[in-house]
Design a binder for this molecule. Structure first.
Ligand code: ATP
Ligand code: MG
Length: 209
């Protein structure tokens, strides 16, 4: 539960991602940052159409898996701001929309893995982003966590329990008929199976939506 900070501004974490599918690497990162930064809530924000990724699953499938994975944690929630906005998802729009939802007084912490943090300078309007939220970079196996070239006041780096899991490897496992149990929450394993996601013989882009 949120620690007692009576009268202090609300502190909201934002975990953006494709979540195709959401896995325990995402969940541990969010939980750890929530604890270390005394966040009141972490909002998971599945991307709409990612401008840097192609051929992803239907937004509705990714959204529902994110809801299933986070439902039991009272401090976790899921936002539709990115999937509701037409066109490609840019983090600048995500932060602007969430500021509208939560109000001007909340402190916002944008959580990114080491790979995403090192790519931030390739993001659109990256200069503005650092004024809109504090960025928290977390360790991720296989990537070097560094805030080189990023403004020091706007970025914190923290170590989180190492989870060598990626959505790409989860998709490849399902396509190859191998298990994803314990890499993703049980309900997500069942959802993937129910919807026939990621199977080598499955139609791309989430048939049925
Ligand atoms: P994909 O393989 O499809 O790119 P992914 O596993 O990288 O999927 P994303 O949805 O791209 O997951 O990532 C969302 C955010 O979560 C990014 O900031 C990413 O760096 C972070 N993240 C993903 N997996 C981990 C992990 N295992 N440990 C720490 N951070 C992670
Ligand atoms: Mg990724």
């Amino acid at each position: 539960m949120a620690k007692d900070r009576a009268g202090a501004a609300q502190r909201i974490g934002i975990m953006g991602g494709t979540f195709d599918p959401i896995h325990h690497g995402h969940l541990v990162a969010a939980s750890e940052v929530a604890d270390r930064f005394e966040l009141d809530e972490v909002v998971f924000v599945p991307t709409g159409q990612s401008y840097q990724k192609q051929g992803q699953s239907a937004a509705e499938d990714r959204y529902l898996m994110t809801v299933i994975a986070t439902a039991s944690n009272p401090r976790f929630s899921v936002s539709r701001v990115d999937i509701s906005r037409p066109g490609p998802t840019y983090t600048r729009d995500t932060l602007t929309d969430l500021r509208e939802v939560y109000g001007k007084d909340v402190e916002m912490f944008f959580i990114t893995g080491a790979d995403a943090l090192s790519a931030i300078l390739t993001w659109k309007d990256h200069d503005d982003l650092f004024a809109m939220a504090h960025f928290v970079g977390v360790t991720r196996p296989g990537f070097v966590l560094s805030d080189q070239h990023l403004p020091a006041h706007a970025v914190s780096l923290i170590e989180v329990p190492a989870m060598a899991i990626s959505s790409t490897s989860c998709r490849e496992r399902v396509a190859g008929g191998r298990p994803v149990w314990y890499l993703v929450p049980d309900g997500v394993v069942q959802y993937i199976e129910k919807r026939g996601l990621y199977r080598a013989d499955a139609p791309a882009n989430g048939a049925g939506y």
